[in-house]
Design a protein around this ligand. Sequence first.
Ligand SMILES: Nc1ncnc2c1ncn2[C@@H]1O[C@H](COP(=O)(O)OP(=O)(O)OP(=O)(O)O)[C@@H](O)[C@H]1O
Ligand SMILES: [Mg+2]
Length: 758
Amino acid sequence: MGGNDVSSDQVIKKLIEMGFEHSNAIEAVKAVGPSVDDAVEYVLNGCGRNPLSGTTSFQCSSRDVKNLGKRVMTSSQSNGEIRQSRIWEHFQPTSKPKRSRGNDVSDGVMSGSKVLPSPVEEHKEPNLLIDNQFENVAEPSKVCCSEELNIGTNWESKVNGLLRKHFGYSSLKSFQKEALAALLAHEDCLVLAATGSGKSLCFQIPALLTGKVVVVVSPLISLMHDQCLKLSEHGVSACFLGSGQPDSSVEQKAMRGMYSIIYVCPETILRLIKPLQRLAESRGITLFAIDEAHCISKWGHDFRPDYRRLSVLRENFSARNLKFLKYDIPIMALTATATVQVRQDILDSLCMSKETKIVVTSFFRPNLRFSVKHSRKSVSSYGTDFCQLIDVYARKKKVDGMKQPLVSHESHCPSDSDKFSGSGFNDIQNSDIEESDDESSEKENGSIPSRGRQMSVEYLENEVDVFQSAEDWDVAYGEFSGQVHCEEWNSHGSIEKIDPPNKPEERLRLLQEPLEQGPTIIYVSTRKETLSIAKYLCKFGVKAAAYNAALPKSHLRQVHKEFHEDSLQVVVATMAFGMGIDKLNVRRIIHYGWPQSLEAYYQEAGRAGRDGKLADCILYVNLSRMPTLLPSKRSEDQAKRAYKMLSDFFRYGMNTSCCRAKILVEYFGKDFGDKKCLLCDICVDGPPKMLDLKEEANILMQMIAARYAESGFMDYSYDDSLCSDTERRKFLVKPNLRAFVNKIREQSQKFITTDLLW
Ligand SMILES: Nc1ncnc2c1ncn2[C@@H]1O[C@H](COP(=O)(O)OP(=O)(O)OP(=O)(O)O)[C@@H](O)[C@H]1O
Ligand SMILES: [Mg+2]
């Protein structure tokens, strides 16, 4: 190999970091040379079979499946499980979300303590400047730097005209109208609307309506790219700026006013304050929009410290500082997942006006069917957990009489009636508790605690995708740098979009029908799981692909492409996949394991059913144990917040009596009243049957009393291995109930089969 030695080693190292098995990495590098992309393609295509075919779907042999995801690990890691810290002692009782600032927020308009004026203000005669006015104009002249927006009183009909022309829609939704009205009244606005409800139009339309520029702060380059691409298809000139922008001239053109909408990440906008001030004076800036605004809040799930500095927009674009402005340039913040606390944090950190109009729509997504299922969440449970999915996507092959690899798993398949079985409690087996993976890894690490902790941190950094900057996960697909061309409006392909079923009877009718066709996204927390599950599914003929930030960009781009083209059936991904993705026909979002928070869950689940048709959001978690937090270098404060988020989520999973949609909607501070979604597992199956466990409870209490009495308080040690004082004290604070239950089962044979959760 000579001169290639060093880079071959680096490629092998990189592959191992990505989660590939050592031997596969070596084989791949030997076969294709020292190129990460090529080597990954080679392994993903089944090491030696059909290398570099250009498809991202796995075509795996069982050998690959067996080896998949194994990494070079120390013996204490060899069970392949990530060592996680326990949450037990951090659980707090639920605190109900508080109402913000004493202001009641209702559907539609809320404006601090002030009642908003009617959307229509007195304006001068219409002076409507539509987008693309600067097309083919080398240097835009100073236009529209007047203080007034000059839209006129019949702005709604103008908007409808623009909507039809550019997007093919007949009218604005009412929340979009309210947001637009705020802008026309020169007011700040906080838009809280469900995923997929159409928040983007709230800031895109103003650019078309006023002829001035809208600057959009967005967290992710691929998201900016995706939106620019769509806008250019709709004949709206847009660009994105930042290190992900390949064309260096775009920034200059943008600052000269050649694009109607400029997307920019928080880091970049801080550098562009002066040029933006000049732009405000020349072409004019009508609005600063902060999309995915929950990223601002330290209480939000996607917290990004750079977002905290965006108050510079208020300081630098106020009428007080810029003499040519009559009003401060309004700020519009938008998000689908903000609790009351996060909303307040957004308002404060952006220095938004006290009169800020708060537009809240229902967070309810009436076509999403939520359910929670118990799973041990290990490779051995894939057969049970994914057999229905395999059945859906590989059904055709079965019908065609092809080989039926499913057969071996069919005995594990839950029947249709099990499909929405309560919260999955009934599926919990005693062995789930006895052979807790956490327990075994804890034992291993217990013998070498300090080393265990060190490895945990290393593991977190190697195994999960964390969203920190705009460049993270920059895998936009399709060519776009910044375009000023105008094309006729083209439709959303052939995918039909319908109004979601708002009436209860419509939702009940939905239950009778099977899900329409469309892709599935499976969210997992570690990179290794993306690989192992995707490979598992491929083995059964499902067109599945793994997606995590450590995989080569060429692979990720290909996944995006195939996903958008509907040639992939399942994407198994970390959180790196899908933010802001507006793909209409996603039919299932499966979360395999606890996401970091209810916010993250609802955001990700909201990627399903954007066409308005029935879609499934299924959470598979191990309900027999407390969720755990992946260890990291968080501050104490951050760790507490993370635990709180996880414990809120745990309560959602353990819930057995309340409609899932109601819990989710009310978590975000919106009253759901007595309504029910009628689709979720709780609504369909009702709470689990009541059991009389008096006898069991009596025995448990007797056992506890006997144990404490027999050993005395301080000397008590139930478990012989708990020999130090500290360990005994710890035990007394946190008694080992599992051990008690085991004892009862030993002594009372009759309870041997009783569900241990009692
Ligand atoms: N007035 C409207 N009439 C019909 N369809 C609309 C309207 N406004 C937006 N849409 C459509 O709604 C879909 C979702 O829009 P958008 O991506 O803006 O959602 P979002 O609220 O930003 O979601 P997310 O929170 O996931 O980012 C798009 O396909 C868009 O074309
Ligand atoms: Mg959006």
